[in-house]
Design a protein around this ligand. Structure first.
Ligand code: FPP
Length: 235
């Protein structure tokens, strides 16, 4: 079983368009998919589920869509809080908080605080997140440590970078799922997915159900992860 599954939830807009509806209709229907995926991951006793809910680049979408997505996020969080608490789910977020409105931040912080002590599945919500932004911030921090004399350039190791990223305390994803038939990473967890198995499905996010999640896990279990070694070495 993977310890950490990351998901690029894609295809909401196309799902809505196919039905002659506005893009937000797709996002609304995507919430049910989020619910099912969180439940399925919890039941399979997966430790971490990272969901790409909003990228740094998504801020360039029409304001109407951004506002609708943010309010959907707030209402979903409010509605799901009791269920998350009941299921022992802990919520954390990664991303550029400085771009998120106070209202959304307050609600998110509330839920993060309420689920802080939970010991089951950790849901990592990537919100206003992009990997290049995250790596840039880490580089700035490392540069400051060097400038202040706390760190020497030759002491910078892969571990230094890993522990300076916002995912410092989270193991790397074992499996990355992307829906909607797109075969891209789109600036998601670039450092962390170095050895992740990639799984692409044609299913649009609003159609994604627990069964689709199980299929992805099953596909992962058929893969041989060699981490650069030979088959014989890992037997
Ligand atoms: C990508 O589809 C999806 C998003 C940008 C938003 C994801 C948000 C949700 C599923 C809803 C709320 C989330 C939570 C965690 C409660 P797209 O709009 O890029 O679709 P397209 O590629 O078909 O245009």
């Amino acid at each position: 079983m993977p310890k950490h599954v990351a998901v690029i939830m894609d295809g909401n807009g196309r799902w809505a368009k196919k039905r002659g509806n506005q893009r937000i209709f797709g996002h609304r229907n995507g919430v049910q998919s989020v619910r099912e995926t969180v439940r399925a991951a919890g039941e399979l006793e997966i430790d971490y589920l990272t969901l790409y809910a909003f990228s740094t680049e998504n801020w360039n979408r029409p304001k109407k869509e951004i506002d609708a997505l943010m309010s959907l996020l707030i209402t979903s969080i409010e509605k799901e809080t009791p269920e998350l608490i009941k299921n022992n789910v802990r919520l954390v977020t990664i991303g550029d908080q400085s771009l998120i409105s106070e209202k959304v931040k307050t609600k998110l912080d509330g839920l993060i605080a309420k689920t802080k002590e939970n010991t089951g599945l950790t849901v990592v919500l990537a919100l206003s997140y992009s990997a290049r932004w995250e790596i840039t911030m880490a580089m700035q921090q490392i540069a400051k440590s060097i400038e202040s004399g706390d760190l020497k350039p030759e002491e910078v190791t892969e571990q230094t970078i890993t522990t300076t990223l916002s995912t410092a305390k989270i193991p790397d994803p074992d499996l990355l799922i992307r829906t909607s038939g797109e075969h891209r990473i789109s600036n998601f967890l670039l450092w962390q997915i170095a050895y992740a198995e990639l799984y692409f499905t044609e299913t649009l996010w609003p159609d994604f159900r627990a069964e689709n999640f199980y299929e992805a896990i099953y596909a992962y279990q058929q893969r041989e992860r060699r981490f650069g070694k030979t088959s014989e070495q890992i037997l």
